[in-house]
Ligand binder design. Structure first.
Ligand SMILES: [Zn+2]
Length: 198
């Protein structure tokens, strides 16, 4: 799995080397095709590693694996410098907040109090986006649970939550976005964001 590739001391031949790519200033993407997929066991998995400099945070490695056969996909982010466990909290009240950059690792819990808590799991991905991107992902999760939900009350509740998020995105309501990460590989980059210990 991805973790193994990241942490193995002797990486298998041809695995993108961090040391080589970190010497270059330009963002570099290393790609490794034809790997065995952990799901369908075909040699149709592509591993990629890229790095990005995130202002006010540092160098971030982005790992991903995608299978062209079964469409399995997994991605994660990791900060080059080891970080402390952290919690970021941002009150969303307008466009500026929606544009704030977010780095979220696969180990992070994402919360909007009174609306939803998304705990990390084996299917969690890490990604770099902005607050709007995080809210859109959360909306997607609520929408898909609403669509499969049989219970009318639960459906109604999901629709209400979606409305609430939409209103916040239009600056008509305030909601709080909280990201907690025991690995410290996550951040909400905004002057308004409150960082605290986890
Ligand atoms: Zn596959």
């Amino acid at each position: 799995m991805l973790k193994k590739v990241k942490k193995e001391e002797k990486p298998p031949k041809n695995v993108p080397s961090r040391k080589i790519s970190s010497k270059k200033k330009e963002p570099e993407i290393s790609e490794l095709k034809g790997q065995e997929c952990p799901m369908c066991k075909q040699k149709s998995l592509t591993l990629t590693e890229a790095e990005r400099d995130i202002p006010y945070f540092g160098k971030v490695y982005i790992f991903s694996m995608t299978c062209s056969n079964c469409k399995y996909h997994k991605s994660d982010v990791e900060v080059a410098e080891k970080q402390q466990p952290c919690k970021y909290s941002l009150e969303i009240s307008g466009d500026n907040d929606l544009n704030a950059r977010v780095v979220k690792s696969s180990e992070a819990t994402v919360k909007i109090p009174h609306i939803i808590t998304i705990e990390p799991g084996p299917g969690s991905n890490g990604y770099i986006t902005n607050v709007e991107g995080v809210l859109n992902r959360i909306k997607g999760i609520i929408e898909s649970t609403r669509d499969v939900e049989e219970d009318k009350e639960a459906k109604k509740k999901a629709s209400k939550l979606l409305k609430k998020i939409n209103r916040a995105m239009f600056g008509q309501e305030k909601i709080k976005l909280i990201i907690e990460d025991p690995t410290g590989n996550s951040i909400i980059i905004s002057e308004k964001a409150i960082k605290s210990k986890l």
